[in-house]
Design a protein around this ligand. Sequence first.
Ligand code: 4GX
Length: 225
Amino acid sequence: MRIDILSLFPEYFQGPFAVSILKRAQEQGLIEINLIDIRRFAEDKHKRVDDRPYGGGPGMLMMPGPCVKAIRSVKSKNSRVVYLTPQGKTLTAGKCEELSEHTHLILLCGHYEGIDQRVIDLEVDEEISIGSYVLTNGCLPAIVLTDAITRFVPGVLGHKEAASKDSFQEEGLLEAPQYTRPEEFEKIAVPEVLLGGHHKKIADWRRKKSEEKTRQVTGQQPLPN
Ligand code: 4GX
């Protein structure tokens, strides 16, 4: 799987992609990440990529020319073009898994007040939001999406933690609390049941805690089995 990330700040991504699982996935050739500077596709001698919105309003928009040229410089028949925007469909684990099945993703990061609608009309396959709030630009959303997708690429995670094969997650439940050593920390003991090694009792306890947590946080009634 190849991921091309188009932005005005390619240097933004150096940190997150150079450590831990994303670093290893690239070293193992499981994913290839390319960072492309949209300014390279500016069409005037001042390398201008933004302009004022028709009809008025605050701030600047990204001009269509450089964005479309940047996309077309990497696009082929197998490409899926995603624009990160608060106006998109909210990202879910299911969408991450679906996107991980593509061989080539192009992630377009918006800056300023967004991009000219004609870029979306001409070149974008889908608009995705990572949540209902507005960040200063689309680079962090592209990092979030890349990270969440990479977990679903075969070989990236070990068998043990294979993405979303967790039965609770599949039922839309939140995880039960977890503990490691020591057995007591600042007067708080690890729940007795987890120390006993009784697998059925542990599974029952986790199920109960998981349902409680899901009810508290989402107000959602757990599905009956
Ligand atoms: N989930 N951003 C897009 C530019 C912008 C500004 C206003 C449209 C309207 C975001 C998010 C997000 C920051 C990406 C602003 N586009 N992207 N950018 N939340 O906040 O995906």
